[in-house]
Design a protein around this ligand. Structure first.
Ligand SMILES: [Zn+2]
Length: 324
C-alpha cells in the first residue's frame, strides 16, 4: 500500500533532509526556491523577495543566505524564494509588463488568468499552502524611498500574537499593522491562517547596506525565535516604534497625496521628516505652462514614504504620512 498522492507537485514533507534547490512551475510561470529541510520536525518558514520586480533588498539577502547558510541541527523547514516575480524582475519594473498586473493585488490568483494571476495561483496553492510562517520582503522600489518598517494584517488573537513576535525580530524596523486589504500575498496568507509579515526596506532602486544588515539580523532572530535553529539564550531585541491602525486607508500607500496633474515634482521635504497638516510638501510643474501646483500635507505626521522619481503622472502617490 502506497501513501495517497500529494496535491503538491513538490511536497516539502517528502524532501530528504538537507539543502536543495527546486523550481515550482505552472503554465508559462515559475520561480526557484532554495530549501533547507531539517531532520527534526518543526515550523515551515517561507521567505520571498521581488514580489515587485524593482525591489532588490529581499533578493540580495536571500541569495546571500542561499550561497552560504548550511546549518546543522535544523528543526523544521526553511524555504527561500529570492525572486518570486521573474517577469517583473527582468524588466526592472514593479509589475510584469506582459500583463501589467500588480502581483500584490492578484492574490489568490487564477490558474486560467493572465501571467501574473497564474503566478499568484501557483505560489498560493503550491507553496504558501504548505507553510506555517511567511515573510514577504518588499521595499519602496525605484520610484520611492521609505522609512523601513515591518508590518502585518491584523488577525485573530493567536495569529496576531505570532505575527507580533515575528515582526519584533526585525527590531531595527518600526512596526505598522492594520486591517485586511485584498489581493496581497499577506491576504492569501490571512485566508490560510498563516502567521505572516511584511518587511519593507528603503528602496530607491538600490540596496542600502544598513537595510541588508538589519534584515540579516532580523532573519537570525526569527530563526531563533521559531526555534528552527538552536539558541542558548533568547535574543535582546530593541523596542520598536509601533502603530496599529483600524483605518485600511492609512497604510494603503498608493492613495495618499496624489499628483494633481502630470509634470515635474519638486520636493520640499524628505523621508523621515515630521510635517504639519497643510505644510507644503512640494510642487508639481506642468510641462506645457508656467505656474506650479502646491502639494500640502493631508495630516500631521512623519513622512514614511516619499516619491523620488521626479516625473509624475496625475494620480501618482507622492507621499505617505504616519502618526509616529
Ligand atoms: Zn513591494
Amino acid at each position: 500500500m502506497g501513501s495517497s498522492p500529494s496535491k503538491f507537485s513538490i511536497d516539502l514533507k517528502q524532501l530528504a533532509p538537507g539543502f536543495q534547490q527546486r523550481r515550482f512551475s505552472g503554465r508559462d510561470v515559475g520561480f526557484d526556491a532554495f530549501i533547507w529541510r531539517g531532520a527534526q520536525p518543526g515550523p515551515v518558514l517561507l521567505l520571498n523577495g521581488a514580489t515587485h520586480g524593482d525591489e532588490y533588498e529581499g533578493p540580495t539577502l536571500l541569495r546571500q543566505w542561499a550561497e552560504h547558510w548550511r546549518p546543522k541541527n535544523l528543526r523544521g523547514t526553511v524555504v527561500m524564494v529570492p525572486v518570486l516575480n521573474e517577469g517583473a524582475f527582468y524588466a526592472g519594473l514593479r509589475s510584469n509588463p506582459a500583463d501589467d498586473v500588480n502581483l500584490a493585488r492578484a492574490f489568490p490568483g487564477d490558474s486560467r488568468g493572465s501571467v501574473t494571476q497564474r503566478l499568484a495561483h501557483l505560489f498560493d496553492t503550491q507553496l504558501l499552502a504548505q507553510v506555517t510562517h511567511y515573510v514577504d520582503l518588499h521595499s519602496a522600489g525605484r520610484a520611492y524611498e521609505l522609512l523601513p518598517w515591518t508590518g502585518f494584517i491584523t488577525h485573530e488573537k493567536s495569529i496576531n500574537r505570532a505575527q507580533r513576535s515575528m515582526a519584533a525580530c526585525f527590531d531595527a524596523f518600526w512596526c505598522w499593522d492594520g486591517p485586511f486589504l485584498p489581493g496581497r500575498t499577506l491576504s492569501a496568507a490571512h485566508a490560510r491562517k498563516i502567521a505572516a509579515i511584511y518587511v519593507e526596506c528603503r528602496g530607491t532602486g538600490d540596496v542600502d547596506s544598513r537595510d541588508l544588515r538589519n534584515l540579516d539580523r532580523g532573519l537570525r532572530h526569527l530563526l531563533a525565535s521559531l526555534e528552527i535553529i538552536p539558541t542558548k539564550r533568547s535574543a535582546k531585541l530593541r523596542a520598536q516604534v509601533q502603530r496599529t491602525t483600524k483605518d485600511a486607508d492609512e497604510a494603503h500607500l498608493q492613495i495618499h497625496h496624489p499628483a494633481p496633474h502630470d509634470g515635474l515634482f519638486v520636493p520640499a521635504a524628505k523621508v523621515g521628516a515630521q510635517v504639519r497638516r497643510g505644510q507644503v510638501l512640494g510642487t508639481v510643474h506642468a510641462l506645457d505652462k508656467i505656474g506650479t501646483t502646491k502639494v500640502r500635507a493631508e495630516r500631521s505626521g512623519r513622512i514614511v514614504m516619499w516619491r523620488i522619481q521626479r516625473s509624475v503622472r496625475q494620480g501618482d502617490a507622492l507621499c505617505t504620512l504616519a502618526p509616529i
